[in-house]
Design a protein around this ligand. Structure first.
Ligand code: HPA
Length: 300
């Protein structure tokens, strides 16, 4: 799908104009989140929220995936400002990587203090169960059938990095912010839900995997499979943001199970697991929130 012209500064102005009164000028920390398939409930909990659909911003495409609202929600959550992508754009909707990462590029242009990306995913690791959460600490992308930064769009090389073929993408480049990961682990222990760490494989979809594909992916050492997340996380991380990606195991993608996943099942499981995701996001918000005894409500 050919993408429309996109000016990040014009888009940022349109986004900020849609924000609730006082939001843009407020000095409180900013937490940006991406709410994946069926995980939109958190978006409804944002206080004093306003919303703007992606395609009302010049250069952004409309979201067509089921379970994805396709709008920014802007407000306050857990004592910080929140900017949420309720739903995302996918390669299987016909977008190239540059187009589908525009909403994230726009969020990073607002310079958030943290970016939390969530997604529904199939569990390849047989130790996982549906409803579990997984901190994505490594990833592999086969979006567009290619491996490497070239397949992830211009943002993936990072500002100022040399554009040569070996420019620094390998060792030492971690997208998982360890202090945030520690907060997530602590939250899961306190609340008593299952949280793992694992490697996420991004594929184009939109179909779920054949058994042969599941077997191959597991042999590659992958723990989760999904159709998103990697381009967004790489873009935000390369732009210097602290990032955390969390997958919700909505179905098991184990080769010899007779079960096949349906999109409805995926949405139902992620809506339940969304409660635990919200606890983690709340704890990260709390870690960023100003620690003064008498908080001033900037909405007044
Ligand atoms: N495969 C790919 N993407 C997914 C899956 C899956 O099994 N579940 C949720 N998103």
């Amino acid at each position: 799908m050919p993408s429309q012209p996109f000016s990040i500064s014009a888009a940022r102005e349109q986004l900020l104009a849609a924000a609730p009164p006082g939001w843009a000028a407020a000095g409180t920390p900013l937490l940006a989140v991406v709410l994946g398939s069926g995980l939109g409930a958190l978006g409804e909990r944002i206080e004093s929220a306003s919303a703007i659909e992606y395609d009302r911003i010049a250069g952004l495409a409309k979201s067509t995936a089921i379970g994805h609202r396709g709008e920014f929600r802007i407000g306050w959550f857990g004592g910080v400002r929140m900017l949420a992508m309720a739903g995302r754009l996918h390669a299987y909707e016909g977008h190239d990587i540059e187009t589908l990462t525009r909403p994230m590029a726009l969020m990073t242009a607002c310079r958030p203090d943290a970016v939390v990306v969530s997604c529904a995913a199939g569990g390849l690791n047989p130790r996982f169960q549906t409803g579990d959460l997984v901190l994505i600490d490594e990833h592999l992308s086969l979006l567009r059938g290619q491996i490497g930064a070239g397949s992830l769009g211009a943002g993936s090389l990072g500002a100022g990095s040399p554009s040569g073929p070996r420019s620094g993408l390998r060792s030492g480049f971690a997208t998982c912010d360890e202090p945030f990961a520690e907060i997530a682990v602590q939250t899961s222990r306190e609340a008593g839900f299952r949280l793992h760490r694992g490697t996420y494989l991004a594929v184009t979809g939109p179909n779920y995997e054949t058994r042969a594909e599941c077997r191959m992916m597991r042999n590659w050492g992958m723990d989760l499979v999904g159709m998103s997340t990697v381009p967004e996380v790489v873009l935000a991380s390369r732009a210097g943001m602290r990032t955390l990606a969390i997958g919700v195991v909505t179905n098991m993608a184990v080769p010899d199970s007779p079960a096949t996943a349906s999109h409805e099942e995926v949405i139902a499981v992620s809506m339940d697991a969304g409660v635990n995701l919200e606890k983690i996001v709340g704890a990260i918000a709390h870690s960023l929130a100003p620690k003064t005894g008498n908080l001033i409500d900037e909405r007044d």
